[in-house]
Design a protein around this ligand. Structure first.
Ligand SMILES: [Zn+2]
Ligand SMILES: [Zn+2]
Length: 420
């Protein structure tokens, strides 16, 4: 060892010994969550949990009684991409209620990553019937039945200018579309979670109450998007106001009724220049889609400068390292208030005093949470039988299957026997 190394070694010993002798009892309390000790000793402890985390780890954090947690489960476009699912925001309230606003294509896996038992995920509000706003409803509805949701799924969505454009029509056809899927489950699994409760409300209600339960009130306002039959939502609870635009051109209802929101989400589309260079649009098409069909970043900023929320949330664009700065610069031409440009897995904790923004740490290998209710054994007489033709193709391999039954019977004290 040269002299420098020896000095370094000695210094290291001194620091280590210093830590060992100064560890207070409170560190043990921090590990059990009873004390928030932010002293230097705690922060540097090599073996105990840190009191503060910069990421949200789903399923590991209490939600305070007066707190709202919002998670972006989809912030992108109709185009599929690994980084961003299409529109979906999860709202969790300190009273235990949870709500999904839109459930666009690709969003279900983000919802599952939040590790919430599916019986609590039973309320979905659809702002309009574009596929990027409810494309994952079938997988959430039917997939949810095998993810231990034993509670009917409740859907709220707008009417249209005629019945065929309304939510009820779409839900009826969705159930028809999955007739075969539902048939496979009849008499085979507890299918209570497959029941749908559809609540269609008039698309032209202005600040009309569409939900009022458990001190949570949700209102709808008309949106200008696609066809008649697009809406935005306003959720109010415990003095907090959450607004979700779904898709909309800037409109007077949003500006009036979102006013002063604690949390306001509004679409913020790619600027027309990027629609040309990155999306392959022609210039006129880009201007039409980017400023007439959707809301450009400058228009988004203008809306938010009139609404003046505690935080404005922009979504519905490809939020990449080379795109976000330009979108943000354009928003800043017309709005200088608090702003998040949302990406998937962004999480906001909102109270009356504070808004905390973090990213969720996702577990790629998430499993469904256990059922909260006791499962009702299905009546096998309700099962739809195979034809003789299909049955004739089965290879039963009893020498392989019987040991599997014996293994389960031995472990759980049962007496099941192979056979359909
Ligand atoms: Zn849309
Ligand atoms: Zn959309």
């Amino acid at each position: 060892m040269n002299r420098k190394m020896i000095l370094g070694f000695v210094a290291g010993v001194v620091i280590t010994v210093g830590l060992l002798v100064s560890v207070p009892d409170s560190i043990v309390q921090v590990a059990t969550g009873t004390t928030q000790d932010t002293s230097m000793e705690t922060a540097l402890s090599p073996t105990k949990a840190l009191p503060d985390r910069d990421a949200y780890f789903p399923g590991t954090e209490d939600l305070l009684p007066d707190e709202m947690r919002i998670t972006a489960c989809g912030t992108g476009m109709p185009s599929a991409r690994p980084k961003q699912a299409a529109a979906c925001f999860l709202v969790e309230l300190g009273n235990g209620d949870k709500f999904l606003f839109d459930i666009g294509s690709g969003s279900h896996e983000r919802i599952a990553a939040m590790k919430i038992p599916y019986d609590f995920l039973d309320k979905v509000f659809i702002g309009h019937l574009h596929v990027d706003h409810y494309g994952d409803l079938p997988t959430f509805w039917l997939g949810g039945t095998v993810m231990n949701r034993l509670t009917p799924l409740r859907i709220w969505g707008p009417s249209g200018s005629k019945p065929e454009y309304g939510t009820q029509y779409a839900m009826d056809r969705m159930q028809e579309m999955y007739t075969w899927d539902i048939g496979t489950r009849s008499g085979v699994v507890d299918f209570r979670g497959g029941e749908l409760e559809v609540n269609e409300f008039p698309f032209d209600g202005v600040n009309a109450v569409i939900y009022d339960e458990n001190d949570v009130v949700i209102r709808s306002i008309p949106a200008v998007h696609g066809l008649d039959g697009a809406v935005s939502f306003i959720l109010e609870w415990n003095g907090l106001k959450f607004v979700y635009g779904s898709d909309t051109y800037p409109n007077k209802w949003f500006i009036e009724h979102a006013k002063g929101a604690d949390f306001a989400i509004h679409e913020c589309f790619l600027p027309p220049t990027l629609l040309v260079t990155k999306q392959g649009f022609g210039p006129l098409e880009a201007l039409t889609v980017g400023t007439q069909g959707h809301t450009s970043p400058e228009q988004f900023g203008k809306v938010m400068s009139l609404v003046e929320p505690r935080i404005a949330v922009a979504y519905h664009f490809y939020n990449d390292f080379d795109i976000e700065p330009e979108v943000r610069d354009r928003v800043r031409k017309t709005y200088d208030g608090p702003l998040s440009t949302a990406v998937d897995y962004m999480v906001w904790n909102v109270t009356k005093d504070n808004i905390k923004v973090r990213m969720a740490a996702k577990d790629e290998e998430v499993w469904p949470s256990p059922a909260l209710k006791e499962k009702i054994a299905p009546d096998f007489r309700d099962a739809i039988n195979f034809s003789e033709f299909t049955l004739s193709g089965m290879e039963n391999f009893p020498e392989v299957v019987e040991p599997l039954y014996e293994e389960i019977n031995k472990k759980y004290g049962t007496d099941f026997k192979p056979g359909l």
